[in-house]
Design a protein around this ligand. Structure first.
Ligand code: ADP
Ligand code: MG
Ligand code: MG
Length: 902
C-alpha cells in the first residue's frame, strides 16, 4: 500500500493570520484579537487554538495529532518575537490562556493568567520589573490561585481564605498593603492548599502549565454551568471553544499601571459618550471580581492623559470599523496601553434601537442594516410597562427573566390563597419554590409568578409565557418557607400579604411597590407621542426603523379583534385589517338566553325565532367593526366552539334542579337544560361537534350569521362606508363541507346585496391536517385560506394546548424534544410543512387565492419569517403584537431576500 500522505490540519493561528469573520474557527475573542492586530492596534502578541482542536479533544479525550507540535512552533515564534522564553528563569515570557467561544458566554469558561511562573522565573520576573519583588510574588500567587481553581478544581474559597488570613495578620483589608514577604508567604500557603487538594506539587514546568491550562479550557466547554447557560441562551452544544494564548502585559506594576473596561456608547441607553471603569495597579480579573472599587473611565484622563487619549482614538477607530457599539478590555503597563479584547457589545432593547438609529445618522450603516440589528423580541420588551427605578429601589434578588412585564402585588404562597385574594380584587404575586400543574389556578389568578428554582424552561416559565404573565424564575437568593408562608432574602423576611414588585424582563425582585410607568413606545404607537416633536431618542429611533420595516415588508399585517374597540386600537398600531374576528362573544352575556332557546328548540319555528332574535344583535356588532376597519378587509369567522360551551356546567345545573325541586318550584326549563347538557356532553370537545359541523347540523345557524354580516356591510356601504367583509368557515376538512356552506351563503349574499352591491369573499380556515393535505380541492371552493395554526398545531401533534402546557411541556423542553414550545413558535418541520403544502397546492388550483395566518404564531418573530418564506399574503395577530409583526416582516425581507450586510 502506498504511504498515506498526511496533510496536516491547521489547528493554530497566529493573531496576524486571523480576522473578525473567523468566529466559527477562532471564537469571538480570538477573531477580534486578530482583527485588532491587523488594524495595527497594540495587542500583545499571541495565537489562537481553533474550536476544531477543541471539538477533536472533546470527542476523543486526547489532543488531536499535530496539535502539540503546532503549539510548540507558534510558541517558539512568539518567544522569538518577544525576545523571551516561556518561564525562562532570567527573563521569563508569561502568557495568559483564555477561552473564547463563537458566542460570548460571560463568566462561563476559564482563563488563567501568568502562565510560565515558577519558583525560579518569579525571581527573573522581579528583575525584569526593576527589582519589583512585590509584583513578581503577587503575580505568582495569582497564577497558583487561578490555575488551582480552574485547571485542578481546587475550591476557590480556600485561596480566598488564605488571602484574607494574610491581610488579617497584617491588620489590613487592602491587597495592596501586602508586601513582597507577605506574598511570598502566601505563595507557600497556596502551594500547600494545591498539594492537599490535588495530591501533587504545583507544576513547575512552564510547558506543562500551558498544556494543562489549554486542556482545562477545552473541558470548560462541557462544565455544567456552561451547558446550562447554552441551553438557556439556545447556543448550540457542539461549537466548542477556541483557546487564546496571549503574552502577558501587567497592570499591576505600580500606580502608573492599571486595567479597565470601556464601551463606545452606553449599553443601557445607547447614549453617546465614554462609559467604563478603571482600576489602577491591578490585573484584569480584579475589575470584574469587584475586589477594589473602580473609578469611572473619565478619571483616567487625570491619571494618564496620553493613554487616555490613545484609548479614545482606538475606541473611535473600532466603532468606525465594526460599525457598532464595541465593548473593550485594556491594560496599561507603565504608561503603555494594550488592547486585550473587543467585541460588539451586548445592549438593552432600548439601546439597540437608539444605537441603530444613531449609526444611520452617522452614515455608518444604512436602514436595512439598522433593521437587521433590532428585533421583535426587543420591540415587544419595549412595549411592556416598566418600573420607574429612578428612586431608591434596589433589587433584593435577581432571578431569570422568564416572562416579561412588570408586576406588583401581595405575596401569596399557595395557589388557593392566590385564587381567594384575587377574587377579592387584590393583585397577587404567587411565590413558590417551583410550580407544578397543581398551581395552574393560582398562576391564572396571579399578576406575576416568582420562583426560587428553575430556569427559562421550568414549569413556571413555560406556563407563564404561554399565559403572557410576568414571571421571574430561579431567584435562588430567596429562602422560601411555604408552611410558614414567608420567605427571607437579603436579611429581610417577607410574609403573606407583603407587597413585592417583580421585573420579568431583567429578573429583578424588589420589596415594596415600585411605581410602574407606561411604555413610551406604546404611547408613540397609540399616537400620543409625536416622534417629530419630542426629544426622545428611543421613540425617534423606533419610528424611523418601523417606517423602514413598513416600506420593506411584503407581508401585510392584520389583527385578531372581536370588538370595535380592539379593532380601533389595532388600527392605530398599524393593523391593515382584521384577519380573525371571532363571533363567539356575540353569543355570550345577555344573549345566552337566546342561545339556550336555540338549543332547546323543539320545533323549527322555535329555533327560527331564537335565530331571528340574535340576528339584529349580531348585525350591530358587525356594523361597529366594519366602521372601525373602514376600507380594510375584515375576516369574520362563523361560530366555532361547541354549543354546550354556552350552557351552564353540568354540576351547577344539577344543583339548581335539586334546589328548585326542594322548594317545589317549576323546574321544567332547568331539567330540559340539564338533559341537553347531558346529551351534548363530549369526551373530546376539541374534536367534536364544532366549527363547520355545527353549521351543517343546525339549520339556519350559519345562515343567520352570514345574513348579519352582509346586512351590516350593506348598511355601512349605504351610509358611505367601504366595508370589506370576508366570511370564513372554521374547521373544514373536506371541500364538500365548504361547498355546502358556500352555496347557502351565496344565496343570502345575492339576496341582501341586491339593495346595494358589496363584495363579499368566502374562504376557509386551514386548521385540520386533512384540509392542508387536500388544499388543491378546497381551493376550488375558497377565495382565501387562513391558517389557524393553533388548531393545526394541536391536531398535527395530537395534543391539546390547555392540557399539555402545564402537564409535560416543561419536561419536553428540558429533554430538548422541543427547542421551544410549538405554540410559541411554529414547528417548521411538521406543522410548517402542512402550511407549505396547502399554500402551494392551493395557489396551484387558484392563483389569486389569498393566504394568511390567524393563529398566535402571526405575532411570533421566527414564525413571521417562516410565513414570509412560504409566501403568504398576511399574518394576523393580537393588537399588541401588530408592531412586532410589522418589524419582523420587514426584517424577513432584508434577511431572506438578500442583503449582504450581516
Ligand atoms: P473573560 O472572557 O472572562 O473576560 P478573559 O480571557 O478576557 O476572560 O480574561 C480575564 C481577564 O484577564 C480580563 O480582564 C483580561 O483583560 C485579562 N487578561 C487576559 N489576558 C491578559 C494578558 N495577556 N495580559 C493582561 N491581562 C490579561
Ligand atoms: Mg474578557
Ligand atoms: Mg381553530
Amino acid at each position: 500500500m502506498a504511504a498515506q500522505e498526511t496533510v496536516e490540519h491547521k489547528y493554530v493561528y497566529d493573531f496576524a493570520e486571523g480576522n473578525k469573520d473567523l468566529k466559527d474557527l477562532l471564537g469571538g475573542k480570538g477573531a477580534n484579537l486578530a482583527e485588532m492586530t491587523n488594524l495595527g492596534l497594540p495587542v500583545p502578541p499571541g495565537f489562537t487554538i481553533t474550536t476544531e482542536a477543541c471539538k477533536a479533544y472533546l470527542a476523543t479525550g486526547e489532543e488531536p495529532d499535530g496539535l502539540a507540535d503546532q503549539i510548540a512552533a507558534h510558541l517558539a515564534s512568539l518567544e522569538r518575537a518577544m525576545g523571551r522564553r516561556l518561564g525562562d528563569p532570567q527573563d521569563p515570557l508569561l502568557v495568559s490562556v483564555r477561552s473564547g467561544a463563537k458566542f460570548s458566554m460571560p463568566g462561563m469558561m476559564e482563563t488563567v493568567l501568568n502562565v510560565g511562573l515558577n519558583d525560579r522565573s518569579v525571581v527573573g520576573l522581579s528583575a525584569q520589573a526593576g527589582g519589583n519583588d512585590r509584583f513578581a510574588w503577587d503575580s505568582y500567587r495569582r497564577l497558583i490561585q487561578m490555575f488551582g481553581k480552574t485547571v485542578c478544581e481546587v475550591p476557590g474559597e480556600e485561596f480566598e481564605h488564605a488571602l484574607d488570613e494574610a491581610k488579617r495578620a497584617k491588620g489590613t483589608t487592602n491587597d495592596l498593603d501586602l508586601d513582597a514577604d507577605d506574598l511570598r508567604g502566601l505563595v507557600d500557603e497556596y502551594k500547600k492548599i494545591f498539594l492537599k487538594h490535588t495530591g501533587r506539587e504545583f507544576p513547575q514546568e512552564p510547558r506543562e502549565q500551558l498544556d494543562l491550562a489549554i486542556r482545562a479550557v477545552f473541558e470548560s466547554w462541557n462544565a455544567e454551568r456552561a451547558v446550562l447557560y447554552r441551553r438557556q441562551e439556545r447556543i448550540p452544544a457542539d461549537l466548542g471553544t477556541a483557546v487564546n494564548v496571549v503574552s502577558m502585559v501587567f497592570g499591576n506594576l505600580g500606580p502608573d499601571s492599571g486595567t479597565g473596561v470601556a464601551f463606545t456608547r452606553d449599553p443601557a441607553s445607547g447614549a453617546q459618550g465614554i462609559y467604563g471603569d478603571y482600576l489602577a495597579n491591578a490585573q484584569g480579573e480584579d475589575v470584574v471580581a469587584g475586589i477594589r472599587n473602580t473609578v469611572p473611565l473619565q478619571e483616567l484622563e487625570q491619571l494618564d492623559k496620553k493613554s487616555y487619549d490613545e484609548l479614545l482614538r482606538y475606541m473611535a477607530r473600532l466603532e468606525g470599523h465594526y460599525k457598532d457599539l464595541c465593548d473593550i478590555e485594556f491594560t496599561i503597563e507603565r504608561g503603555k496601553l494594550w488592547m486585550l479584547q473587543t467585541r460588539v457589545g451586548k445592549r438593552t432593547a432600548a439601546a439597540a434601537f437608539v444605537i441603530a438609529g444613531q449609526l444611520v445618522d452617522e452614515g455608518l450603516i444604512d436602514l436595512d442594516e439598522a433593521l437587521h440589528r433590532v428585533n421583535g423580541a426587543q420591540l415587544a420588551q419595549l412595549m411592556f410597562p416598566r418600573f420607574q427605578l429612578d428612586h431608591e429601589f434596589q433589587p433584593v434578588a435577581k432571578g431569570i427573566g422568564a416572562s416579561p412585564g412588570a408586576a406588583v402585588g401581595k405575596v401569596v404562597f399557595t395557589s388557593a390563597r392566590a385564587v381567594e385574594l384575587a377574587a377579592e380584587g387584590e393583585d397577587v404575586i404567587l411565590v413558590r419554590r417551583e410550580t407544578n400543574p397543581d398551581d395552574l389556578n393560582g398562576m391564572i389568578a396571579a399578576k406575576g409568578i416568582l420562583t426560587s428554582r428553575g430556569g427559562k424552561t421550568s414549569h413556571a416559565a413555560v406556563v407563564a409565557r404561554g399565559m403572557g404573565k410576568t414571571c421571574v424564575s430561579g431567584a435562588d437568593e430567596l429562602d422560601i418557607d411555604i408552611p410558614q408562608r414567608r420567605f427571607t432574602v437579603a436579611g429581610q423576611t417577607v410574609t403573606e400579604g407583603d407587597i413585592v414588585s417583580i421585573d420579568g424582563t431583567t429578573g429583578k425582585v424588589y420589596l415594596g411597590e415600585v411605581p410602574v410607568m407606561p411604555s413610551e413606545v406604546v404611547q408613540y404607537f397609540e399616537g400620543s407621542l409625536d416622534p417629530e416633536h419630542i426629544d426622545n431618542a428611543l421613540v425617534r429611533a423606533v419610528h424611523r426603523i418601523m417606517s423602514h420595516a413598513d416600506a420593506k415588508r411584503r407581508l401585510a399585517v392584520r389583527t385578531n379583534a372581536d370588538t370595535g374597540a380592539d379593532a380601533a386600537r389595532a388600527r392605530r398600531f398599524g393593523a391593515e385589517g382584521i384577519g380573525l374576528c371571532r363571533t363567539e362573544h356575540m353569543f355570550l352575556g345577555d344573549r345566552r338566553e337566546l342561545v339556550e332557546r336555540l338549543i332547546l328548540a323543539r320545533t323549527d319555528d322555535e329555533r327560527d325565532e331564537a335565530l331571528a332574535a340574535l340576528l339584529p344583535l349580531q348585525r350591530d356588532d358587525f356594523v361597529e367593526i366594519f366602521r372601525e376597519m373602514d376600507g380594510l378587509p375584515v375576516t369574520v369567522r362563523l361560530i366555532d366552539p361547541p354549543l354546550h360551551e354556552f350552557l351552564p356546567p353540568l354540576e351547577q345545573l344539577a344543583v339548581n334542579v335539586a334546589v328548585a325541586q326542594e322548594r317545589g318550584e317549576d323546574v321544567a326549563k332547568e331539567e330540559a337544560l340539564l338533559a341537553a347538557v347531558r346529551r351534548m356532553h363530549e369526551e373530546n370537545p376539541m374534536l367534536g361537534l364544532r366549527g363547520v359541523r355545527l353549521g351543517l347540523v343546525i339549520p339556519g345557524l350559519f345562515a343567520m350569521q352570514v345574513r348579519a354580516i352582509v346586512e351590516a356591510a350593506v348598511a355601512c356601504a349605504q351610509s358611505g362606508g367601504d366595508p370589506r367583509p370576508e366570511i370564513m368557515v372554521p374547521l373544514v376538512g373536506a371541500v364538500q363541507e365548504l361547498e355546502t356552506v358556500r352555496a347557502e351563503a351565496e344565496k343570502i349574499i345575492e339576496e341582501v346585496t341586491r339593495e346595494k352591491a358589496v363584495d363579499v369573499l368566502i374562504g376557509t380556515m386551514i386548521e385540520v391536517p386533512r384540509a392542508a393535505l387536500t388544499a388543491g380541492q378546497i381551493a376550488e371552493a375558497a377565495q382565501f385560506f387562513s391558517f389557524g395554526t393553533n388548531d393545526l398545531t394541536q391536531m398535527a401533534w395530537g395534543f391539546s394546548r390547555d392540557d399539555v402546557e402545564g402537564a409535560f411541556f416543561w419536561r419536553y423542553l428540558e429533554l430538548g424534544i422541543f427547542g421551544i414550545s410549538p405554540f410559541e413558535s411554529i414547528d417548521r418541520d411538521g406543522v410548517g410543512r402542512l402550511v407549505r403544502i396547502a399554500a402551494e397546492e392551493g395557489r396551484a388550483a387558484r392563483p389569486e387565492l389569498k393566504l394568511g395566518v390567524c393563529g398566535e404564531h402571526g405575532g411570533d418573530p421566527d414564525s413571521v419569517h417562516f410565513f414570509h418564506e412560504v409566501g403568504l399574503d398576511y399574518v394576523s395577530c393580537s393588537p399588541f403584537r401588530v408592531p412586532v409583526a410589522r418589524l419582523e416582516a420587514g426584517r424577513a425581507v432584508v434577511e431572506t431576500d438578500g442583503s449582504d450586510s450581516r
